[in-house]
Ligand binder design. Structure first.
Ligand code: ADP
Length: 357
């Protein structure tokens, strides 16, 4: 009898403690600026905070046990939920207000429970759009005046009637600099076009061997006979994608190899069908890159040595373009390098992009 009573008191104490814990959890989640919804492994909603009512439209009493994919009916959420791969967040419009943009994350926890967190990223997304538009507009506005100035400078330099030698020198420098800004503007415009749409529309059959043949010729011209340039190209290997984009990506990699390899060095291009899918690689015996720089190379304007990049006609945007183009082709860039020995840049395409004849 005593034992029984003792057990009951202990059980009540435990219950009180649990209730206390739960109310603590609810209070802290309630205080979060993000929407939070708890659901179980069947997808039934168990709980949500006040923000979930404001941005997802959850009514706690009415919606208890309602299916989460019924509450958020956007098709993209349906696919995300069905795939159950929650590594990356999902961006959708709020189900109750389409001027609010939400970033949704789902985290499994405890025994068969899931926490859905929705953050209002409207402002962030607006800023990102403003940034993209700004870069695109500035580049666009600068292009025409630059072309005009560069054109006049070119003809003044060629006609040779600018008089004084001092002017010839100045004209030459001005031509160089306007040419440099023209290349930057061109690369910025290309980048904003690549950023503009995540998906590529209008895919083509891309004759990669043909592209590489031309790039190799151009590399020989750029090298002015200072490097040995060789290639091993599978003539039958073609891709599904965008010719102009792949041309930009491959030429950036090959021209970089020429620009960052001192005279007498060698450069090798390879295009082949690996077990995992088509691969393009450029290997050089150039200056190489310290390990710490490698993860940042594809950032805009990131250069290991700004002076060297400029002096060899770089814009600091080449690898950012390569990265974007590859992402749009579901491909990956792998960089290996050893300072003083050389580098290799490898583009791995998935088998699904391989065009069978
Ligand atoms: P840049 O126009 O400056 O070459 P990129 O975006 O093409 O800009 O490359 C970024 C930086 O990566 C370069 O400034 C250079 O420091 C380094 N880099 C790129 N390719 C090579 C290479 N083949 N060998 C050594 N360094 C390289």
């Amino acid at each position: 009898m005593w034992k029984h009573l003792f057990m009951r008191v202990r059980g009540q104490k435990r219950k009180r403690k649990l209730r206390h814990l739960l109310s603590g959890f609810h209070k802290s989640t309630q205080a979060l600026p993000d929407a939070v919804i708890v659901f179980n492994d069947k997808g039934q909603v168990e709980w949500g905070n006040i923000v979930a009512r404001q941005v997802i439209g959850l009514e706690r009493k009415r919606d208890r046990d309602r299916m989460i994919n019924d509450l958020i009916s956007a098709q993209r959420f349906q696919d995300y939920y069905a795939e159950a791969d929650y590594q990356h967040p999902l961006h959708i419009d709020s189900p109750v207000n389409d001027s609010i943009r939400l970033e949704i994350r789902i985290v499994p926890y405890g025994k068969a429970k899931f926490l859905l967190q929705a953050r209002d990223v409207t402002r962030l997304q607006q800023l990102e759009t403003v940034r993209k538009d700004f870069v695109a507009n500035v580049s666009h506005e600068m292009r025409t005046p630059l072309t005009v100035i560069h054109g006049y400078l070119e003809s003044m330099g060629e006609s040779g009637d600018a008089g004084l030698d001092a002017w010839q020198n100045a004209i030459h420098r001005m031509r160089q600099q306007t040419g440099r800004v023209q290349r930057i503007v061109g690369d910025l415009l290309l980048l904003s076009r690549l950023e503009g749409s995540e998906q590529m529309d209008g895919q083509e059959h891309v004759d990669v061997p043909g592209i590489l043949e031309v790039i190799k010729e151009e590399a020989l011209t750029l090298s002015k006979g200072q490097h040995q340039i060789t290639a091993n190209i599978d003539e039958n290997l073609k891709l599904q994608g965008r010719t102009s984009e792949l041309e930009s990506a491959f030429s950036n990699l090959v021209f970089n190899a020429v620009r960052y390899t001192p005279a007498e060095g060698s450069i090798h291009l390879r295009w082949w069908a690996s077990k995992r899918g088509p691969c393009f690689m450029v290997r050089d015996t150039g200056i190489g890159i310290e390990l710490e720089h490698i993860p940042r190379l594809a950032e805009r304007f990131y250069r290991v040595d700004v002076g060297r990049s400029r002096q060899s006609g770089g814009t600091g945007l080449g690898l950012a373009i390569v990265k974007h183009v590859l992402t749009r082709h579901d491909a990956q860039l792998k960089i290996e390098s050893e300072p003083g020995k050389g580098s290799s840049f490898r583009c791995n395409f998935p088998e699904s992009r391989h065009l069978s004849q």
